[in-house]
Design a protein around this ligand. Structure first.
Ligand code: MN
Length: 320
């Protein structure tokens, strides 16, 4: 039995995580958190009976307590509440599906309490990767990426502990504005940016994908997770989103992880690591796939990539 705590359980990654939990009798939920969606959190409490939950503010905590009177679930709020969820005593694994740097402290708490972390919150590593990875080493906990590219790299590195990595090919869909020149982007709107061609995700990451800032953040994330030089991490546009990233070794071999663009695959891998559980979804239809194309991102138009490289090279607080 694996007990899991989930930060951000009402968001895109959080709800998909619970979908995987429902299919797996070996997984039990002991703690949940959300920001404002207490209606959904209430349903999740009734279904999963966690020991504790946390919400964004005191007002919602009060309201939720009223609604679940009679149940044994304890209610917390704010940053202290997120930390309570992260260190919930019975949990072995924290799923961090928060958005933004708010994820740093709870991750820190989880590691300090010897819990493995399934990390969807890339900003934790972008802002505090040096601290977090060092601590994970000291406390001997796994940081298992949920971010699809990093899950792909993590999977490609299985069994390759003693083999140096020559290059990480970090794939990008390119987003809805790929191929446009700067002057063609002057009048795009947020709703244009939210039309992601391949992935269905939360709003913040979808906007970051449209600008390729997300790819820049992911380069820093990969740099911390896998301990490779930032210059050895090469972003490459793979429009069809069937290759989720690749690792090149010193003998010239390149390993790729492929699959449909479905976050439930990396989530399931992180929850069940090192095992793989069967999933009932339709797999990749290779014969229907006409081509797999690779293109270079235009770094003059999409400046997030070079901004990220520069920030990673400066180190310290610059990425934050
Ligand atoms: Mn990603």
């Amino acid at each position: 039995m694996k007990n899991i705590a989930i930060l951000g359980s009402t968001g895109s990654i959080g709800t998909q995580t619970l979908e995987i939990v429902r299919m797996n009798k070996e997984l039990k939920v002991t703690a949940l958190s959300c920001d404002k969606n207490i209606d959904l959190l209430e349903n999740q409490i009734r279904e999963f009976a966690p020991a504790i939950v946390s919400v964004g503010d005191e007002h919602d905590a009060f309201e939720l307590k009223k609604r679940i009177r009679g149940l044994s679930t304890k209610v917390y709020f704010g940053m202290d509440g997120l930390c309570e969820v992260a260190r919930e005593p019975d949990a072995n694994l924290l799923v961090n599906a928060l958005v933004g740097m708010i994820g740093v402290r709870p991750t820190y708490e989880a590691i300090q309490n010897s819990k493995h972390v399934a990390l969807a919150n890339k900003e934790t590593l972008v802002a505090a990767g040096d601290i977090i990875m060092k601590m994970a080493g000291e406390y001997r906990v796994n940081i298992i990426p949920i971010d699809s590219e990093h899950s792909a790299i993590f999977q490609c590195l299985a069994g390759e502990k003693d083999n140096p990595v020559k290059k990480i090919w970090l794939t990008a869909s390119g987003g809805p504005f790929f191929g446009r020149m700067t002057h063609e982007l002057y009048n795009v709107t947020p709703s244009d940016a939210l039309e992601h061609p391949n992935w269905s995700m939360g709003k913040k990451i979808t906007i970051d994908s449209a600008t390729l800032v997300n790819k820049g953040l992911e380069m820093i994330e990969a740099y911390h997770l896998f301990g490779v030089d930032i210059d050895s991490i090469v972003p490459i546009v793979q429009r069809e989103s069937v290759i989720h990233s690749m690792v090149e070794f010193e003998d010239g071999s390149i390993k790729a992880q492929m699959g449909v663009a479905d976050m439930r695959i990396p989530i399931s891998y992180a929850l069940n690591y090192p095992r793989r559980m069967p999933l009932p979804y339709k797999g990749l239809d290779l014969t229907a796939l006409k081509q797999i194309s690779f293109l270079e991102p235009d770094r003059k138009v999409f400046r997030g990539i070079d901004l990220a490289i520069n920030a990673a090279k400066r180190g310290g607080n610059t990425p934050a």
